[in-house]
Design a protein around this ligand. Sequence first.
Ligand code: FAD
Length: 398
Amino acid sequence: MNIAASCTEYRAIAKDLAARFAPRAAKWDRTRSYCWENVTELADAGIMGMTLPTDLGGQGASWLDTVVVVEEIAKACTLTARIVVEANMGGISAIMAYGTQAQKELVAPYVLAGDKPAICITEPQAGSAATQMTTTARRNDGGYLLNGTKHWITGGGVSKLHLVFARVLDETGAELGIGGFILCHDPDAGHDAQGFEVVGRERTMGLCGMPEATLAFRDVFIADDFVLQPPSGFKHGFADLMNAYNSQRVGAGTIAMGVAAGAMEHAKRYLQEREQFGRPLAEFQGLQWMLADMDTSVHAARLMLQEAAHSRGANGSPFPDITMAARAKLFASEMAIKVVNDALQIFGARGYGGEEPLERMYRDVRMFTIGGGTAQILRTQLAGSLLEMRTPQTRGAN
Ligand SMILES: Cc1cc2nc3c(=O)[nH]c(=O)nc-3n(C[C@H](O)[C@H](O)[C@H](O)COP(=O)(O)OP(=O)(O)OC[C@H]3O[C@@H](n4cnc5c(N)ncnc54)[C@H](O)[C@@H]3O)c2cc1C
């Protein structure tokens, strides 16, 4: 569907979708199942791949439009908001920035129909220190052979598309740098990535409907046509590829901010509904101040995230500004944990129990200071850019 909407229209579309997603959110959490029903509705509404150019079937929507949509959906269902981010601001943004026309034409239909590329960077021994990865891609007869293990891969097992980061070796085994490889595993469509296997799924405290998988690669052949060529080539390509993470960070921060905004709305309602000592909770000044602080924090995060989203394209970069993205994600993720916690507190025992969505939101939001760049790494990167310092922690960190 081509909606070619304005920011305001996108918000209205997202609110409409969110109203349908909210009553289903507990089900995905309880059953640890992927929200395919929501994905179909997102695809029908043109939200999957909304940022893709119109000649590839997308809406050509801006990052600003996307953060508006993500905020509204995150208020209702964190899981679904993550899918919107991954389908617009995750690995797909790297493929759209650096991919060949053929690569873009391969992945676009998948994303528009409901898939999203799983970004495969993290390994058991390479978390924040992503450049310590040991997965290799060794030159072999018109392509590369991938070998290694990735873990904590969001959407592993449900995504057909993957963007796998690996150390690139020539035929002799000499290292050329770190590269990105597009792996499409869709046997029904003739893309059978032999040697690729989903070998496990993490148990998570929140976002329980999203598989966080361990993936194994054993001599998986990636043809040259599926190698993502960043502008700097393999030698400095990791930095180019990681720039795509600035988009992901803006997306992740926006989800956290949206969850906080949603929790605040619930708290506001309850303050007016619930009476103690013969008065509505809303009349107690201590709670009024909590609400005011929540609003101020959410609003500050929203502005930082919108600023970061708007910076995309400045200086010719296809990604948001690295400093704005790090600052916004850092602030939004820590803010959201506090705001959701305070909202839960306002509900008393009812917030701790399962009748309200607060306990789920609290578990969901906890991950945003970890995944996609921990709060410590974001602080290090932010300080590094303020002080113009380049260290392994500022250059090679995830
Ligand atoms: C829900 C979820 C989804 C994820 N999805 C993906 C995905 O799709 N693809 C993917 O590739 N990865 C994914 N990850 C992995 C994520 O990127 C890593 O968890 C993250 O980079 C941190 O790595 P780690 O967990 O190994 O922690 P570690 O790197 O081992 O860090 C442990 C602690 O030490 C701190 N620390 C580390 N180095 C420093 C330093 N130099 N200075 C100060 N403190 C430091 C960290 O901040 C952290 O608190 C996901 C993780 C989660 C939780």
